[in-house]
Design a protein around this ligand. Structure first.
Ligand SMILES: Nc1ncnc2c1ncn2[C@@H]1O[C@H](COP(=O)(O)OP(=O)(O)OP(=O)(O)O)[C@@H](O)[C@H]1O
Length: 258
């Protein structure tokens, strides 16, 4: 199968089941370099499973996943782990930081695991923490931070090794409205300034075009929206959502509600 020329990551016909219950039913997906794509859909529609298949954490039962010219779906576990460590970043809805390590050590972990020297790793991690407005927390332990600060540290950790693709699975779900806006803006600004491709799962969606263009909703976060319904790509927008205002095939000045 030939890769779409502009896609850094793409998948065809993904099927995945949990104990016989289908979670993905023939999903195809592609994302261009530097693009921010939001994967939306109701709870249980398959967003997390799609991100896990795209990032090589799970192998689809059928279908293909390609990262550039690497067939992720046929790589062995060790090769997929290397790919995830070096080329991908991952942010969960709850920041899983190592409590015994300081904030900067947490942010530096992917670099240290790749063999980057201690000083360089610390400098790079601290620069990312500063960019995400938690630079003054660098020497603290995660336990004394607010949830939103911990999530910013998790974002810094996911970006510190300059991944090609960042997967963010409901990254602001547990945060308050204001914190959600700030974290989303910080994440998207960091990704855009470094040309990092983002695949962002969310069931949270600005309800109207007006809301999507208001600054406080994290305007223009996503370049494109992909909607899942019961494990399938749906062409129609999510239920309570108006059609995207302009642009080809869902490309729009759209954003996520925050
Ligand atoms: N570990 C699991 N074991 C069994 N079923 C699972 C498991 N994880 C997910 N599922 C089921 O697979 C389907 C897709 O789940 P998935 O988590 O991918 O959807 P989602 O859109 O990310 O949902 P949410 O917004 O709630 O996170 C759902 O029906 C879910 O109940």
């Amino acid at each position: 199968m030939t890769a779409p020329p502009d896609d850094v990551l793409w998948a065809r016909g993904l099927h995945y089941t949990y104990d016989g219950s289908p979670a993905l039913q023939g999903v195809s997906f592609g994302v261009r370099e530097g693009e921010i794509v939001a994967v939306t859909g109701a709870r249980g529609s398959g967003k997390t499973t799609l991100l896990r298949c795209l990032s090589g954490q799970e192998l689809p039962e059928r279908g293909e996943v390609w990262f550039n010219s690497a067939p992720v779906h046929t790589l062995g576990r060790a090769a997929r782990e290397r790919l995830r460590l070096r080329r991908f970043g991952w942010i969960d809805s709850s920041p899983r930081l190592v409590p015994e390590l300081t904030v900067w050590e947490n942010a530096a972990l992917p670099l240290l695991l790749q063999g980057t020297g201690y000083r360089t790793a610390r400098k790079t991690a601290c620069a990312w923490l500063a960019r995400l407005d938690v630079g003054d927390c660098a020497r603290k332990r995660p336990a004394v931070l607010r949830q939103a600060e911990r999530q910013r540290v998790a974002v810094a950790r996911a970006l510190a090794h300059s991944p090609d693709v960042l997967f963010a699975d409901e990254p602001t779900a547990p945060l308050h409205r204001t914190d959600r806006a700030q974290v989303l803006r910080a994440l998207s600004a960091a990704a855009r300034s470094h040309g990092i491709t983002v695949v962002l799962a969310t069931h949270d969606f600005a309800p109207t075009p007006a809301a999507r263009t208001a600054d406080e909703t994290g305007a223009a976060l996503a370049d494109r929206i992909v909607t899942l319904t019961d494990g399938r790509r749906s062409r129609a927008p999510a239920p309570e959502v108006e059609p995207a205002p302009t642009g080809p095939e869902g490309a729009a000045a759209c954003s996520l509600s925050v």
